[in-house]
Design a protein around this ligand. Structure first.
Ligand SMILES: Nc1ncnc2c1ncn2[C@@H]1O[C@H](COP(=O)(O)OP(=O)(O)OP(=O)(O)O)[C@@H](O)[C@H]1O
Ligand SMILES: [Mg+2]
Length: 216
């Protein structure tokens, strides 16, 4: 079992997309999973509601939690579920900070075209602080919405930047998720891209990321 956080201080990087896909894929594996939405926008909760109303097999339990009690609530919930996936984000969000205090691993989506080294430095520091009281916390950057045009070498360029910066507390995922309409369309239907079944490449990318996160 584990508590996985998809987070970051930047908006629109793909946190909810990754969190909802992870939750659905865990459910497909028969895991008892909770999707924890700590974002007041409620995008993950909305996705779970669409899923429920469309009666998609493998209902995903999803709750919204905010504020101070978050860390202790997550610990309680961790006893009741096999896996918890937290969607947390937002600049200066307390929810992100509290979640970093209790999760096992954090994944930070980064988009090459809105790449921002300053925000990543902030994240690196935030992880360092969190590791002060959550010793086993590991955090990784995952590239998302990379151009699917092979001539655009933005993934390589971004990875080079990140490596040169030499973040002390942020690892780099091998998985790269590309910019594919399938990620938007599947989400609209309350599905993971794997269940949506209309874009093999998108499903392969998400599967690769999933295996990197959960092993197997
Ligand atoms: N790999 C991808 N390919 C295409 N579209 C994507 C991809 N990842 C995310 N998107 C789209 O980008 C938009 C932002 O993604 P998402 O809502 O997951 O980001 P977020 O980090 O949760 O945003 P926020 O900070 O507002 O919570 C959504 O419309 C989503 O469908
Ligand atoms: Mg979101």
């Amino acid at each position: 079992m584990g508590i996985v956080l998809i987070g970051g201080e930047k908006g629109g990087t793909g946190k909810t997309t990754l969190a909802t896909n992870m939750a659905a894929m865990l459910a497909l594996q028969g895991k008892d999973v909770l999707l924890l939405d700590t974002d007041r926008q409620g995008t993950a909760s909305f996705w779970a509601t669409v899923r429920e109303e469309t009666e998609i097999e493998y209902r995903i339990a999803c709750v919204q939690k905010f504020g101070k009690g978050l860390a202790s609530q997550v610990r309680d919930l961790a006893d009741r579920y096999d896996e918890i996936v937290i969607d947390a984000g937002g600049r200066d969000s307390m929810e992100l900070r509290y979640s970093l205090g209790v999760c096992d691993r954090a994944y930070i989506p980064v988009q090459p075209f809105q790449f921002d080294i300053w925000t990543l430095r902030q994240m690196d520091e935030l992880i360092e602080v969190a590791q002060g009281f959550n010793e086993n916390l590991q955090a990784y950057i995952v590239l998302n919405r990379v151009s699917s045009n092979p001539l655009v070498r933005e993934a390589q360029e971004t990875l080079t930047f990140v490596r040169e910066e030499g973040f002390q507390h942020l690892g780099l995922m091998d998985s790269v998720l590309r910019d594919r309409i399938a990620f938007r369309k599947s989400a609209r239907d309350g599905l993971s891209v794997v269940e949506w079944k209309q874009d093999k490449k998108a499903a392969e990318e998400m599967n690769h990321f999933f295996r990197e996160v959960y092993g197997g």
